[in-house]
Design a binder for this molecule. Sequence first.
Ligand SMILES: *[C@@H]1O[C@H](CO)[C@@H](O)[C@H](O)[C@H]1NC(C)=O
Ligand SMILES: *[C@@H]1O[C@H](CO)[C@@H](O)[C@H](O)[C@H]1NC(C)=O
Ligand SMILES: *[C@@H]1O[C@H](CO)[C@@H](O)[C@H](O)[C@H]1NC(C)=O
Ligand SMILES: *[C@@H]1O[C@H](CO)[C@@H](O)[C@H](O)[C@H]1NC(C)=O
Ligand SMILES: *[C@@H]1O[C@H](CO)[C@@H](O)[C@H](O)[C@H]1NC(C)=O
Ligand SMILES: *[C@@H]1O[C@H](CO)[C@@H](O)[C@H](O)[C@H]1NC(C)=O
Ligand SMILES: *[C@@H]1O[C@H](CO)[C@@H](O)[C@H](O)[C@H]1NC(C)=O
Ligand SMILES: *[C@@H]1O[C@H](CO)[C@@H](O)[C@H](O)[C@H]1NC(C)=O
Ligand SMILES: *[C@@H]1O[C@H](CO)[C@@H](O)[C@H](O)[C@H]1NC(C)=O
Length: 480
Amino acid sequence: MTVITFTVSVLCLLPQAVLARWACVRACPASCSCTQEKSCSVLCDRTHMAELPKEFPCEASAINLDKNSLKFLSERAFGTLPSLKSLSLGHNNISFITPGAFKGLTNLVELKMAHNDYICYLHTRTFTGLKKLMRLDVSNCNLFNIPDRIFIDQPALRELFCFENNFRRIPGAFRGMENLTHIYLERNKIEAVAYNSLLGLTRLKYLNLQENRINVIHDQSFQDLVRLENFYLNDNQLTDLPRFAFKGISCLKMLNLGGNKLINVSKTWFSDLVELEVLYLDRNQLLNIEEGTFENLTSLITLHLNSNNLTTLPFPVFQPVYFLGRLFLFRNPWECDCSLEWLKEWMESYKLVRDIPCASPSSVAGLDLGQVVFAKSNGTCVDPGELNLTTVSSEIVSTTENRFNSLISKLLQQELREEMGNGTESLRNGTLQELEDGLLSAGVGGWRAHASQSLLCVVVSWFILALIGQSDIYYCLSCT
Ligand SMILES: *[C@@H]1O[C@H](CO)[C@@H](O)[C@H](O)[C@H]1NC(C)=O
Ligand SMILES: *[C@@H]1O[C@H](CO)[C@@H](O)[C@H](O)[C@H]1NC(C)=O
Ligand SMILES: *[C@@H]1O[C@H](CO)[C@@H](O)[C@H](O)[C@H]1NC(C)=O
Ligand SMILES: *[C@@H]1O[C@H](CO)[C@@H](O)[C@H](O)[C@H]1NC(C)=O
Ligand SMILES: *[C@@H]1O[C@H](CO)[C@@H](O)[C@H](O)[C@H]1NC(C)=O
Ligand SMILES: *[C@@H]1O[C@H](CO)[C@@H](O)[C@H](O)[C@H]1NC(C)=O
Ligand SMILES: *[C@@H]1O[C@H](CO)[C@@H](O)[C@H](O)[C@H]1NC(C)=O
Ligand SMILES: *[C@@H]1O[C@H](CO)[C@@H](O)[C@H](O)[C@H]1NC(C)=O
Ligand SMILES: *[C@@H]1O[C@H](CO)[C@@H](O)[C@H](O)[C@H]1NC(C)=O
């Protein structure tokens, strides 16, 4: 005790500091320290303090009262502390803050009040007097809303930590706060983003709305976020987005839309995002990605499409983007037919993607796309088959019958004459001889698939020939 007081007295040379010291020392004898002449820190965290001391050293620049048992802040609770820059009241049990509690802290830059589980209400005048406040942390409290005009006195506010509260909408108080650069609103209960929720936030760089319940985003909600760089919208309930949702927010570097319920990706969504480097679309239910979707993402490095319902990924969807980084495609029911041949080749050439498990056709189900050997017939890729030739069973017959029946119905329609009219072309590309050649030359991996295909063709052709009696026309081509 004497040692601490002695040190403190030596360091805080001003006489009034020595006097003020006593208040502090009395409040928390073991941990009060004053580190520099003009920058005195009051470290009184974890001291079972249930009530604030009557006075603090008036030259204090930082006060840490974390992890105490404070319940209540009265008006001017801290007196007048013109040097105070940082005040920390986290992990207490504050349930009521009298309006004007922080009056007198005119130069406070940072106020931390996280983890006060019983704060569910803040008065319009709660922060009155904090004219220099730049960083406010009210995360992990129990706030449902805050008054619209609560920050009227805090024009310099830049960073707002409001995560893990009970907000049902984006507080109107944020509107027009042009100096805000960071907003943390993750893990609340926000259900919608209205067109005016984020108006005027022209300096915002970071917006976190992850793990809310957002199911609607209104048109042009993000139009003012012209400097936004990191945007977390993941783990919400979005099934769709407005066509021009991200229009104009051309500084965006990271966009996280993972963990929603998106089904279709529209090509208009990302058309302005020329700076975007990382895009998360994982853990949705994507079935379709429109051609041109990634066309303007010329800075894209990483694309996460894993854990969706994608069966195919047409090459034009990616043109002309040439990724410098990585493409994540695992956990999708890929249909590894010839339409994915480009992806296999791309995978092998650039090694930027791996783990593309095939769900179909059955002959390659369970394999990775990288292991699938595509059979070639006269240089053209032949899709792996659905049938399992090792079990010549009724399954094959019924499948064959189905295909045959659909062919018959096709033939019975008007297409008959046209297809016959164009038959010379079919003949050239699809003779039986050629298919048999293909069968022999197909690689080991593709053998079964190819064989089934060919057998089917032979059978179908035979039926058709018998039916229409045209010995010079082969319909094998219709099978592939
Ligand atoms: C914290 O405050 C609430 C309500 O004011 C009270 O019910 C609770 O018992 C307090 N908890 C502690 C640990 O003091
Ligand atoms: C933003 O900060 C500047 C300078 O600190 C200030 O002049 C301006 O009024 C602030 N803007 C708002 C909307 O408070
Ligand atoms: C997705 O796209 C398909 C085909 O373009 C369309 O039929 C379907 O209605 C779309 N679904 C949604 C949810 O937009
Ligand atoms: C890409 O950007 C150009 C120029 O801004 C635009 O005309 C085009 O529509 C964009 N493409 C897509 C798919 O939105
Ligand atoms: C996506 O796949 C999951 C699981 O297989 C399924 O429950 C869900 O209905 C599918 N979604 C769509 C849009 O097909
Ligand atoms: C084909 O059938 C055999 C016998 O039922 C089975 O062992 C094999 O795994 C099947 N192959 C495929 C690719 O389904
Ligand atoms: C294979 O295709 C080429 C054109 O790509 C054609 O000229 C050639 O005749 C075909 N070969 C057979 C055996 O049909
Ligand atoms: C047959 O060829 C004609 C023109 O020669 C074309 O209009 C028609 O679509 C073709 N039919 C088929 C089934 O390809
Ligand atoms: C036949 O092969 C030629 C050249 O390989 C191709 O251009 C044409 O589209 C093929 N015809 C059919 C009906 O697939």
